[in-house]
Design a protein around this ligand. Structure first.
Ligand code: 8YV
Length: 323
């Protein structure tokens, strides 16, 4: 008998076909998040869950007693209770690698868009406010030859460094562990302490995972250390930034602007954010390209199948379950 698998949102057909070759697949037909109680109920008989944009907590796991694998379609897994899965010997997997460049592309899009006021300028044209050309119209800030600061220097942080290099930017980074010298040389990136990163960056881009240590990593104190001409870019996780403090800094113009793809309480935004001109706001679309979403879905399906077939999956989050 084929193992039962639950997929929490519609996915590209190729990924569903791959699963269907080996499993009995049920797909939640709507592209919206299931509540924990609904998800637990839906997975009651499932051995595998392909999780896309759902919270997997004790409530879910308490009902889904047959689960052997939670294959997350995404690299970040802060919405999955890893310890609770490990206790139950449930393997958790994620999809690193396949979304690195796409997410770094979007971080750079945000950086460029907020620096050159692209969204404001587009709105200006669409709303028929462009009556005549003015020398002083919509001045932005240069990107080339400025200092790009990266907080977090994993795959996506490094991909961002490569993009910065292409714009002749000076690259600084801070992370828990310093990268090896060879990598620093290849990327032209210099390791600095937190204060230097905050003080010297013209663009500070966040690339840390969401953990207890990175919660509100950027708060009032950190924002005060930034230049008044600096921009904050966040494509990591909303809770890495204290949104209240960010709004206060943006309103007081103690920093110049922000490009945000992620928010503290998605999809709800701080009410002041949408009123500000010096921000570009996106609905968590860092990895949202056709190519990358297909690659993520395929990798999540491969991870899931590996576990159900008794193989070690390519991307395990909680390797302890194999001990
Ligand atoms: C996904 C992400 O869109 O990979 C991540 O961590 O934030 C995004 O790429 C999200 O996980 C939904 O699956």
């Amino acid at each position: 008998m084929k193992p039962k698998v639950f997929v929490t949102r519609p996915l590209p057909q190729r990924a569903l076909d791959l699963l269907a070759g080996h499993c009995e697949v049920r797909v939640h037909p709507v592209d919206s998040g299931l509540r924990p109680s609904e998800l637990g109920e839906a997975c009651r008989d499932s051995e595998g869950m392909l999780a896309v944009g759902v919270r997997v907590d004790e409530e879910v796991l308490g009902q889904a007693r047959k689960l052997r694998v939670v294959a997350n379609c995404g690299v970040g897994y802060d919405h999955i209770d890893i310890a609770a899965c490990t206790r139950r010997k449930i393997v958790v997997t994620n999809t690193p690698g396949v979304l690195t460049d796409t997410t770094a592309d979007l971080a750079f899009v945000l950086l460029m868009a907020v620096a050159r006021r692209v969204v404001e300028a587009d709105r200006f044209v669409r709303e028929g406010r462009w009556q005549h050309w003015e020398f002083g119209m919509l001045w932005g800030a240069d990107v080339h030859h400025k200092t790009l600061g990266l907080w977090g220097f994993g795959r996506i942080g490094q991909a961002m460094a490569r993009r910065g290099r292409g714009f002749d930017m000076k690259i600084l980074y801070h992370s828990r562990r310093r990268a090896d010298e060879n990598l620093e040389r290849v990327l032209g990136a210099r390791f600095v302490d937190r204060e230097t990163l905050l003080n010297e960056s013209d663009f500070l881009s966040l690339h840390t995972p969401m953990t207890a240590e990175t919660h509100h990593l950027i708060g009032a104190k950190e924002l005060k250390l930034m230049k008044p001409s600096a921009f904050l870019i966040n494509t990591a996780r909303g809770k890495v930034v204290d949104e209240e403090a960010l709004v206060a800094a943006l309103k007081a113009k103690t920093i110049a602007g922000a490009g945000l793809d992620v928010f503290e309480h998605e999809p709800n935004l701080h009410p002041e954010l949408t009123k500000l001109a010096n921000v570009v706001l996106l609905p968590h679309v860092g990895s949202a390209t056709g190519e990358t979403r297909l690659a993520m879905a395929m990798l999540a399906a491969q991870n899931l199948l590996a576990v159900l077939e008794g193989r070690r999956p390519p991307n395990v989050v909680n390797a302890e379950v194999f001990d």
